[in-house]
Design a protein around this ligand. Sequence first.
Ligand code: SUG
Length: 446
Amino acid sequence: MLRIACFDGLPGPTHSHAGLSPGNVAASTHAGQAGNPKAAALESLAKMRVIRGLGVPQAVLPPQPRPDVGTLRRLGFSGSDPEVIAGAARTAGGRTLRLASSASAMWTANAATVAPSCDTPDGRVHLTVANLASNFHRSLEVPTTFAVLRALFADPDHFVVHPPLPASELWSDEGAANHIRLSTARGVAHLFCWGKSHHEAAPSPARHPARQTLEASRALARLHGLGEDTAVFPQQDPLGIDAGAFHTDVLAFGHERFLMLHERAFVEVEKVIDDLRARLGGELVVALARDAEVPLPEAVATYLFNSELCVLAGGRMVLVAPRQAERCESTRRFLDRLVAEPTPVDRVEWVDLEASMKNGGGPACLRLPVPLTDAERTAVRGRVFLDDALERELGAWVEKHYRDHLSLDDLADPALHAEGLVALDELTALLKLGSVYDFQKSGLPG
Ligand code: SUG
């Protein structure tokens, strides 16, 4: 049976609020605030526990070593690791170090795009690592994400992990956050959503940058062997991007027969919905929020449409929604209506994700959804699927290694970097991942 397995990224020991992503309103608003990496990681583990409690296979992906000293060396900083960090801290008012220190790999909805084996021509699961070329701090994630996904999805009988698209503006790709797969008895639709095109005329946002290109989305469909019969390419509404919806999953999500979206998710949203109804038939349920019902700024601020949709045994659904959407009247009423009406969604569970939300990441941003059959799930290497024991061990690991207060000035503390390496080395042993980090190949610095 095909089921979505959720691969959540654990916030790393340098989780901070540096305001690194232009157009990410939440991240810009909280720029400069001190972070609490321990609370962030524990919050994220608590969310994974909720998802696992709903019977969804829940796995964890490890954080990445930060500050990224290897990249700083490539930028000309030299000497011992502490000297490299001190050099970066003195440059550009500390911005270079902040960029190299982001724990942004936690938002694994941007790690890769995935096609299930039932849709691909060779009957294997295809994953393409996202190049994250739109933001420097996010582009740093790519080599390690590739190494981790290759380690987990190593079985060639079941999986193909494609390298990222070439890292340039033309092929800018942000992964599953811009991809939705819908399916009914009538058919399957893969929505490869995008915000800008280099080769085709398309309306552009006026204030904030679009990230995903149409060209990248087309390349992903090609790589995964998805032709015109299943692949569709809706454009993100520039007004949505200008309001802070830098990824599609800030205003739309869907799975199987259910699609929930704000009217500013896509250009010509009615046409997009009509096309999907034509492909998928009357079984498709669309919950569309008009601006009059959920004003766009409230949709973005609450991350209502970034709720995590979980399918229970038997096919009914539960929405795991950010607490912010409960506190806001328009979004709470919308969800009340959703549950009361004949949709597949039976109920809503609320989760507190303050630390992630402050950087513009809701519940669904924190997980890479990977549709797997039972045999494929068994073929995933490592010890990454949560059970009671792993949950306990991860909690203890966070308590042992994470700080509960981190100012941006603290990023220059060489002890923070050293603590991180020791913690990650221990974590890869716990998760039975092997040596996925560069420092594990060259050894821990003395
Ligand atoms: O790429 N924030 C991330 C948030 C990603 C959310 N993901 C999805 N919507 N799927 C981003 O903008 C901010 C980091 C900082 O400012 O310190 C950041 O990278």
